[in-house]
Structures are given as structure tokens and as C-alpha cells.
Design a protein around this ligand. Structure first.
Ligand SMILES: [Zn+2]
Length: 189
């Protein structure tokens, strides 16, 4: 799947909005990305999972591991496309952990899958979870790379599309300066 086709699925489902937005953080941005909105459609989630699986299958993964909550749906789809287990790590006392009886072994080849990689922080943390459990991490993948190439992962990393989502303090927002009205994503204008 070409990057533009991926972004079109996001646009079609309202998962990628372009305009002038006030984010939950209070920062302003000209783009709003909410991948849960594209993944709610089974045919889109399936297509994105197939496409990501194609990008990582040469790594011969035996397990897909995702950080909860954002990575769970796409991780499941990639696992299904590859015919391997899909499991997730979740936060306990602020630290990502394998719970629910999920097990990894030294023979497992793990690929870490997320919806969006921004700084790479949660991807790195998920890689550490797999390594601490004794498994080998063979790669990482996400639908969208919005890190601007700054993710500095120590495993091969694949993304279906890259996207820049600059954010601004309201006082220094160029869109505000241009007099463009700001909207909260999801609100009906
Ligand atoms: Zn603004």
C-alpha cells in the first residue's frame, strides 16, 4: 500500500483532519491524527494489517507485541495476517508489563507493532519488555511514522507512511496569527 493510499484511508474515516486544531494538550496544530478512527472499520484495519505484515514478514516474526491501548487493534491485524500470536503489554504502576499470562520464550522472534510512532518512547519500552522476557526483537513497525526520523530504534523499523504533525503554543501559533478560527477535533462546527 502506497503512503498516499494509507493517508487517504485516514482522511476518509476522519482519522486525519487538516485545518487548525486545539489538541487535548492545549497545543495547536494544523493536523489532527486519531488512528482509532480508521481502525474502527474492519476493512481498513484489515488492509493496514495486511500491508504492515508484508513489510515485516521477511523478519520471520513468531509473535507480534504491541503497547496497550493504541497498538492493540493493529497488532492483532498484523498477527492475523502473519498467522502468528499477537499479544500486548500494558501499564502497571506506570511501567509496561506483560500480564494476563502472556509468555515469550528465547525462541520467539518478536516484532513490535504500534499505530503511530511519535518519539519512539513506547516502542523502545515495548522492545525492552520483550527482551526482559527473554525473546529476540527482530523489528518494529507502525502504520504512521510521525517521528521525523528521530525515533532512534536499535532494530529495523518500518512504517506505511510518514507524516509531520507540527504543534504550536497558542501564543506562537502561525494559524492563530493568520486569524484562522481554531476548532477542537470531534466537535461539530
Ligand atoms: Zn492556533
Amino acid at each position: 500500500m502506497e503512503p498516499e493510499a494509507v493517508l487517504d484511508l485516514f482522511r476518509k474515516s476522519g482519522a486525519l483532519l487538516e485545518g487548525h486544531f486545539r489538541l487535548t494538550s492545549g497545543l495547536h496544530s494544523e493536523r489532527y491524527l486519531q488512528s482509532a478512527l480508521v481502525l474502527q472499520y474492519p476493512e481498513f484495519a484489515g488492509a493496514l494489517g495486511d500491508a504492515l505484515a508484508n513489510r515485516v514478514k521477511h523478519l520471520q516474526p513468531t509473535v507480534v507485541l504491541s503497547p496497550a491501548l493504541g497498538g492493540i487493534v493493529i497488532g492483532q491485524e498484523v498477527g492475523r495476517a502473519l498467522g502468528v500470536r499477537a499479544m500486548f503489554a500494558e501499564r502497571q504502576d506506570g511501567k509496561l508489563t506483560l500480564r494476563r499470562g502472556f509468555m515469550l520464550s528465547p525462541s520467539d522472534r518478536v516484532v513490535v507493532v504500534e499505530d503511530v510512532v511519535t518519539t519512539g518512547g513506547s516502542t523502545r519500552e515495548t522492545i525492552d519488555v520483550a527482551r526482559a522476557a527473554g525473546a529476540q526483537v527482530v523489528g518494529a513497525a507502525s502504520i504512521i511514522d510521525r517521528s521525523g526520523g528521530q525515533q532512534s530504534l536499535d532494530v529495523p523499523y518500518h512504517a506505511l507512511a510518514t507524516l509531520s504533525v507540527p504543534t504550536y503554543q497558542p501564543e506562537s501559533c502561525p494559524l492563530c496569527a493568520a486569524g484562522q478560527p481554531v476548532v477542537k477535533p470531534g466537535s461539530r462546527a
